[in-house]
Design a protein around this ligand. Sequence first.
Ligand code: ADP
Ligand code: MG
Length: 289
Amino acid sequence: ATPMSVMVGVGKAAEHGILIREGDALQTSSKLDTIVLDKTGTITEGKPALTDILCAEGQQEDHLLQLAASLESGSEHPLARAILEAAQQRDISPDRADNFHALNGKGVSATLNGKSYRLGNRRWLESEGITANLDSSSLTERGATPLFLAEGNTLLGILGVADRIKEDSRDAIARLKDQGLTVVMITGDIQASADAIAKQVGVDQVMAEVLPEDKAKKVKALQDKGRIVAMVGDGINDAPALAQADVGFAIGTGTDVAIESAAITLMGGSLHGVADAMAISSATVRNIK
Ligand code: ADP
Ligand code: MG
């Protein structure tokens, strides 16, 4: 490999807003056969908004939103921001929460006025012995994420939160497939919501309900099958998987931890940057040979 052609490739990439920190990444990119894309903030905008409140018998929307906002006031999660913004828009102010806990990939719990509450995904609430007997399919079939709210063991309702798909995700994924890559989406979100997004953007395979600490294991499992894997992500959650991948691509608008864990940073945040990097990589390697 001539250092000169790698330098030219790195310069060319920079012109496209692709910052390559490790020269090797450019050459490794030409060997990739699988690309794993994080969902939230990578395929989607990562700015979820509250879209629906489904009330259990006898419950009222504003009351549920007030409880949810109180529970989320200590959380930094994008889902929490969506709930808090919606409450603010309706002039609902959160109550003081005690014993606040945020559980990675599950949800939040706290005590409000002496009663214990949980807000999170169905699997977690059910594992805590709560019967989550409200139908969320009207949300999940649109790709929205249902957050189940319970007081003690009683389900009060569901808050639906949805995130817009980036306008060019679909086209960029089509280019990656044309380049011969298998495109996989990975997310902590539930299968039904993930499948709805996957269908809209045309990915080949979905890995849903993956706990944050398991994303890197999923990348490793693909590598153990002989795949050469790129990971694309934006979040703190994605950092170990970005480091595990043969090439890690961080979304430039994402968290610093993700950027530090990845060999390549996409300044614009568009997935076209990955397809551009692949094209530059194969041109560079052709020159080297
Ligand atoms: P992602 O891969 O989409 O970034 P996470 O691993 O952060 O997802 O979260 C996975 C799931 O855990 C969410 O879809 C949600 O159901 C639940 N969850 C995580 N954090 C919260 C929170 N602060 N409030 C409610 N639910 C949460
Ligand atoms: Mg993300």
